[in-house]
Ligand binder design. Structure first.
Ligand code: LHQ
Length: 270
């Protein structure tokens, strides 16, 4: 078994994180979730990293929680032996919630390159990224209802925001496989690419984001999320507060100066 359940590679200012348990379609074990959290933390702390790119090794992005992992797998004999079933809510509290929060609050943009099936928590982890690209053979499955659970890892929050209540309920209740092209049409993801082009295109997009004003991008993510629960006027005022802050920062001064000088800007805020 590989020690490195998450592979980490630095490509200039882009930190590539690859889910690496291909023999089980990158299904998450507790150890793997711990390594992913550490890898995100390391990327956040490294000031030279200006974008994170998340993808999967092998033919899948991730099949979600490893249902055989002892942390969650119900004992087959539990009914007969009168054993208490495991509280899988603890698994969410301990691993998935901190992970989902970290991903959504990373101080750099996050791109997901969905290279194959993304099911359950694997799907929602991808959908929680800032830009989601998928290969044409990729698919998304809200697999939870198939095993008697509700969408987790942010699914109940993300799905209606991405596709509206009607489609969110269809995806979540039926748990059917949604192919990449349909996911793009629904607004669940940003773009579909030919499989052979996915990794290069995702890296090029991540490099492009890494050259942009990171702090403004991250504030944009936060402002859009917050605006979902704000009225119009508070949202307008929030924009003004953010512009005040960003307007004193290096990147705004550099961006405007570069425009006026007709040169390429060099952004560095993070
Ligand atoms: C797997 C898995 C898997 C273990 C494929 N586990 N081995 C949070 C907290 C606590 C509890 C529960 O849940 C959660 C959140 C969640 O993520 S719930 C949702 C969990 N995921 C699923 O229910 C998806 C289960 N997998 C599938 O439906 C299929 O495997 C998909 C549609 C992902 C892929 O189908 P195929 O391409 O036909 O591949 P396969 O089924 O043949 O799988 C290949 C291997 O991977 C196979 O092992 P084997 O030894 O027979 O080669 C599978 O057993 C294994 N695998 N998913 N989640």
């Amino acid at each position: 078994m590989s020690e490195f359940l998450i592979q980490s590679e630095q490509h200039g200012a882009v930190r590539l994180l690859r889910l690496n348990r291909p023999e089980a379609l990158n299904a998450f074990t507790a150890a793997m979730l711990g390594q992913l959290r550490q890898a995100l933390e390391a990327a956040a702390e490294d000031v030279t990293t200006r974008c994170v790119l998340l993808t999967g090794a092998g033919r899948a992005f991730s099949a979600g929680q490893d249902l055989a992992d002892p942390h969650v797998a119900p004992s087959r004999e539990s009914a007969n032996l009168n054993q208490a079933p495991k509280d899988i809510g603890h698994m969410l509290e301990q691993f998935y919630i901190p992970l989902a929060l970290r991903l959504r609050s990373l101080p750099v943009p996050v791109v997901a390159a969905v290279n194959g099936v993304a099911a359950g928590a694997g799907a929602n982890l991808a959908l929680g990224c800032d830009l989601v690209l998928a290969g044409e053979s990729a698919s998304f499955i809200q697999a939870f209802s198939r095993i008697g659970l509700v969408p987790d890892c942010g699914g109940t929050w993300l799905l209606p925001r991405l596709v509206g209540r009607a489609k969110a309920l269809e995806l979540a209740l039926l748990g059917d496989k949604v192919k990449a092209a349909e996911a793009e049409r629904l607004g669940l993801i940003s773009r579909v690419l030919p499989d052979a082009e996915l990794q290069d295109a995702a890296m090029a997009l991540a490099q492009r984001l890494a050259g942009m004003p990171t702090r403004a991008l991250v504030e944009t993510r936060r402002a859009l999320d917050d605006a979902m629960r704000l009225d119009y006027e508070p949202a307008l005022k929030r924009e003004a507060v953010l512009q005040s802050q960003l307007g004193f920062a290096h990147d705004y001064l550099e961006g405007t100066a570069a425009f006026l000088d007709k040169r390429k800007p060099e952004f560095k805020d993070r």
